[in-house]
Design a protein around this ligand. Structure first.
Ligand SMILES: [Zn+2]
Length: 74
């Protein structure tokens, strides 16, 4: 029972980090490391979670600001 739940959560995490890695690749952030990631969002100063900094090396914005930037680029 717990096995199934754990596996489902793991898969979800994997999919999320895949999506974030893809986002980083498209944003030209590949080659960056965790150390290049900002601790706080460059736009709104919100703390960026470690999981996001790991998944998107070199990230400079929080999810909300990233979405706004992507919307503005379209
Ligand atoms: Zn932000």
């Amino acid at each position: 029972m717990t096995d199934i739940v754990d596996r489902a959560a793991e898969r979800e995490e994997e999919m999320l980090s895949d999506a974030l890695a893809e986002q980083a690749r498209r944003a030209g952030l590949s080659g960056k490391t965790l150390e290049d990631s900002a601790l706080n969002c460059g736009e709104c100063e919100a703390p960026i979670p470690l999981a996001r900094r790991k998944a998107v090396p070199g990230v400079q914005t929080c999810v909300a600001c990233q979405e706004q930037i992507e919307r503005a680029m379209r």
